[in-house]
Design a protein around this ligand. Structure first.
Ligand code: URA
Length: 444
């Protein structure tokens, strides 16, 4: 079957065979299928979908397009956590040391910002000297030595996903459950962890807008993982207001340090504890979520999690002195305050609008590969449910000299008030634990 026939089949809403999906991925990789043909197929998938078998075959074809990391000899159970992307989501930065202190190995391959969502690798670049690209050998060696490593996604793991993702990003075909599931799961399988925890986000600042879609994506991810021999845990969390208080690179690194010192924003701390405890239970190092949370919380208050973070920074050639002195991180030229305009309670802070404001001041990329300003961003001084009086500061905009007025307007418009008290919204909606990992033993 040639590429035109494959596109035509999906356009008509028919189901592919495994051979057709494998052929499509190979044709894309070899350049035999042009970008516009893959884009046409992607749009057909967005409209007509892929069933579970097709999604599994696509995931498998992505995995087989590259190498798979071998981490079985790093000396412990290897954990990987992945988020489907949000605004102010610095959980990965915090979870690496929290998990490493709690007795598992952490192998984290992360990406850069995507659309309106921030990327962990960009955030780490705010730390002076921090080396974000490790070779596979360096990555594995560091996990063996200090129990954790983070690196930017290498080109040799699931490269076909990388190609298809780049096309999806510019053809409005990101928001498709089977395409997201295949993209995420293929990278997680290729990265070789024993325990995989996915944070599936929904809301205005996420690719899934409704809880129902998030549940469907979570189910698809678990099912595809299980069909390919990987048990996957999923946590569904809300992304209607930004997570924590900061959005922007230096700001998010500073907030991570505060969290690791036991002084984190309640929603950020709660989500980190939940994700990490799911990982610890599935790794078999804690008996249940409650015990895991207690141990993790203790590490935030006794300094061990922060100390482990310092170790990570030093191992990856970063200068750890910013931990005592955040002024060593990239700084904005100015900080603009936005006061509340009325008395009442904060009813909503639209995460997407906050992300847009951050992008307008330079915290996000406007074109692929363009530089970002690491010192700028948004600091929320109020969260949903907080009471406010006119003149009280709601939010700070960290900007450079060009600070566009538009960013201030977008930020003001992100806040909605209520005259009546508003409850803080639920953050975690569903936790589905995967199997407890057991290393296969060879019988004699
Ligand atoms: N993150 C990914 O890695 N892929 C997607 O498709 C969406 C979020």
């Amino acid at each position: 079957m040639n590429i035109i026939e494959i596109i035509d089949k999906k356009r008509r809403g028919l189901t592919h065979t495994e051979e057709e999906i494998a052929a499509l991925v190979k044709m894309m990789e070899s350049g035999q299928a042009q970008d516009y043909q893959i884009s046409a197929w992607l749009m057909a998938v967005c409209i007509n979908g892929l069933d579970m078998e097709e999604t599994t075959w696509l995931t498998k074809a992505f995995v087989e397009s590259g190498k798979q990391l071998e981490l079985s000899d790093v000396g412990g159970v290897v954990v990987d956590k992945h988020s489907t992307g949000g605004v102010g989501d610095k959980t990965t930065l915090a979870l690496i040391p929290m998990l490493a202190v709690a007795g598992v190995k952490v192998a984290k391959l992360s990406g850069r910002g995507l659309g309106f969502t921030g990327g962990t690798i960009d955030k780490l670049e705010a730390i002076p000297g921090f080396q974000v690209s490790l070779t596979t050998a360096e990555f594995v060696k560091q996990i063996r030595q200090i129990g954790m490593a983070i690196s930017s996604q290498t080109q040799d793991l699931a490269p076909a996903d990388g190609k298809m993702y780049a096309l999806r990003d510019v053809t409005a075909t990101v928001e498709s459950i089977p395409l997201i599931a295949a993209s995420v799961i293929s990278k997680k399988i290729a990265a070789g962890a024993d325990v995989i925890v996915l944070d599936i986000k929904y809301g205005t600042g996420a690719f899934m807008h409704t809880l129902e879609d998030a549940k469907s994506l979570a189910y698809t991810c678990r099912e595809v993982g299980s069909r390919l021999g990987k048990s996957i845990s999923t946590v569904i969390s809300a992304m209607n207001q930004p997570l924590g208080c900061s959005i922007g690179h230096s700001l998010e690194v500073i907030e991570t340090v505060q969290l690791l010192r036991g002084e984190g924003a309640p929603d950020l701390e709660m989500l980190c504890l939940r994700l990490a405890s799911v990982a610890l239970v599935c790794a078999g190092v804690q008996p249940n979520l409650e015990a895991a949370e207690e141990a993790l919380r203790a590490s935030l208050h006794d300094g061990t999690a922060l100390e482990k973070f310092r170790e990570l920074v030093i191992a990856q050639k970063g200068d750890p002195y910013f931990i005592q002195d955040p002024a060593l991180l990239p700084q904005p030229d100015k900080v603009l305050m936005i006061p509340a305009s009325q008395t009442g309670y904060i009813a909503n802070i639209d995460a997407l609008e906050v992300a847009k404001a951050a992008k307008l001041v330079g915290a996000g990329r406007l074109t692929k590969g363009s530089p970002i300003n690491l010192g700028v961003g948004v600091l929320l001084r109020k969260k949903v449910g907080d009471s406010v009086r006119p003149g009280e500061i709601l939010v700070e905009l960290y900007a450079d000299e060009r600070a566009p007025k538009e960013a201030m307007e977008v930020l003001k418009g992100a806040f909605t008030y209520s005259a009546n008290p508003v409850e803080s919204p639920a953050l975690v909606d569903e936790v589905m634990l995967g199997d407890v990992f057991q290393r296969a033993t060879t019988s004699v």
